[in-house]
Design a protein around this ligand. Structure first.
Ligand code: NAP
Length: 288
């Protein structure tokens, strides 16, 4: 078992780094490599796999299903329903389609992908129905800010929500101001997506930042590994943050596994905080 772990609300112990699947299942020529990547991640103990009906319009779930062949019990599967499929009736159909593509009996945690026009009571009823039918083991949300979470928790069975999956990396720390403390108060894990800031300019900016490069050199690791170690740096009572980088390249997967063993020193944290400061006021939730 990897070094830094966290305990999911249902008691499952998970490594604090999982595997993302956005962009998987889009290009048939990549399918073999993507399946092999997820299997390599499982071999190395990255047991949580995050997917969604949206990714590759079902293609990513099919890749996950193929990777899980004969080893369903090793994995903790998170998938997401489109907000426009979140009505009680459509959610059941969407979940059935996901289960078929994933080729499993139940999703471990089924998330609302982002805020929906469907009334929250109806969405939660849908999740409860799926749970009673044994098709999901728990439910959560994604891309809801602190105020939306507080409103969610007021609904019947709203407190059963297991997680909020949001964008979080060193260059985007807005959730630290209020959302993350609220989740911690309730001892709920936050799932950090785009922990490596995905493609684009901000990523380059982060990777070449002298603070990140210095800390990476001190530890003899890559800047990307420092970004991951930073995201999972604080685990309060084993319920805090799980990073879900997407990686297809086998070396990337091995590096991500190794990031679970990096302990940033107080000096590292000060250096990174100075270059990429924590928020001092409430900020809108970042989504890219
Ligand atoms: P990301 O994980 O920040 O970055 C992925 C990129 O980083 C890929 O190009 C990957 O390359 C590369 N990479 C991975 N590990 C690396 C390493 N150790 N060293 C160097 N490069 C590395 O971005 P993301 O895929 O957008 O986000 C992660 C996951 O979060 C998604 O896959 C998805 O599951 C989830 N997500 C959720 C939402 C939401 O709305 N809930 C939104 C976005 C993403 P290779 O693939 O070539 O290895």
């Amino acid at each position: 078992m990897a070094s830094i772990t966290l305990q999911w609300p249902d008691g499952t112990i998970l490594p604090a780094i999982g595997q993302g699947t956005w962009k998987m299942g889009e290009d048939p020529s990549q399918r073999k490599a993507e399946i092999a990547a997820l299997q390599h991640g499982l071999d190395r103990g990255l047991t949580l796999i995050d997917t969604a009906e949206m990714y590759g319009e079902g293609g990513a779930e099919e890749v996950v299903g193929a990777a899980l062949k004969g080893r369903r019990d090793e994995a903790f599967i998170v998938s997401k329903v489109y907000p426009h499929n979140a009505s009680r009736k459509e959610m059941i159909k969407a979940c059935d389609r996901s289960l078929r593509r994933l080729n499993i009996d139940a999703i471990d945690c089924y998330l609302l992908h982002w805020g929906s026009n469907t009334p929250t009571d109806e969405i939660i009823e849908g999740f409860m129905h799926l749970q009673q039918a044994g098709k999901i083991k728990g439910y959560g949300v994604s891309n809801l800010d602190d105020l939306e979470m507080e409103a969610w928790w007021q609904h019947d069975n709203g407190a059963l929500c297991q997680t909020d999956q949001v964008l979080y990396h060193l260059g985007s720390r807005g959730v630290e101001y209020r959302l993350l403390p609220l989740l911690r108060e309730r001892r709920l894990p936050m799932m950090a997506y785009c922990p490596l800031a995905q493609g684009g300019r901000l990523r380059q900016h982060l990777m070449s930042s002298s603070a990140v490069v210095d800390v990476a050199q001190r530890h003899g690791v890559t800047p990307q590994q420092i970004l991951l170690a930073w995201v999972i740096r604080e685990q309060h009572d084993q319920r805090s943050v799980i990073a879900i980088p997407k990686a297809v390249h086998p070396d990337h997967i091995d590096d991500n596994v190794a990031a679970l063993d990096i302990t940033l020193t107080p000096e590292d944290i000060v250096l990174l905080d100075h270059a990429w400061p924590a928020p001092t006021r409430r900020q809108p939730l970042d989504v890219e």
